[in-house]
Design a protein around this ligand. Sequence first.
Ligand code: NAP
Length: 207
Amino acid sequence: MRKQQRIGIMGGTFDPIHYGHLVTAEEALVQFNLDSVVFMPTGRPVRKTHRVVTPAEDRYLMTVIATASNPDFSVSRMEIDRPGPTYTVDTMLQLRETLGANAELYFITGADAVWEILTWKDTERLRDTCTFIAATRPGYDLGKFREEGLAEGLELEFMEVPALAISSTDIRARVMQRRPIRYLLPEAVASYIAKNRLYKDGDDGAA
Ligand code: NAP
């Protein structure tokens, strides 16, 4: 019988990708005994109306550059190529259909984003497609999840990742303010940002 594949799907806007994301993916790979992690840059985030999100193609390329040296990591264009606003439920249903019953899926992302996904539409359909891994910074208050999420019997796991002190919002602000970003993200991603003059001209709304 063919072995059931355990695949992590690392969802994020990755604007830009940084070491916090890479450490999260590696930690999930080991902690949950995954066979591989597929990074899934969001195409058109549904709720980011307060700031201009960097073009999907730039975010995709930065994610490819950042993950290229790790044979357990890959990057999918699924959300980038799908027209319309990006909903996680559509992605997970599409993956379920493609991979069939032969894969166990783990959706990995930041805890606040998991909360948002699970309190949005279609939670019913979503819950059977995967286990959620919510990455948090140390000290994150899990109260709201304990009260509601777990009580509803979701497959939900938490993972504390100290490296998530690094944030994309801070990196964008640093570029705009001409402050250093070295050692917060792979050097090749920093070069891509500089070469393509990303984040230089403001609009550093949070998240
Ligand atoms: P976000 O709200 O910008 O991020 C919330 C927090 O989680 C931030 O601190 C963020 O840090 C962190 N984070 C984001 N992705 C992460 C990852 N893969 N690993 C660890 N921490 C992460 O979240 P987002 O980037 O827009 O969305 C995250 C995922 O949730 C995406 O796949 C998105 O499509 C999905 N989502 C779906 C729905 C929906 O279907 N209705 C709604 C919201 C989000 P950084 O800013 O440093 O990344």
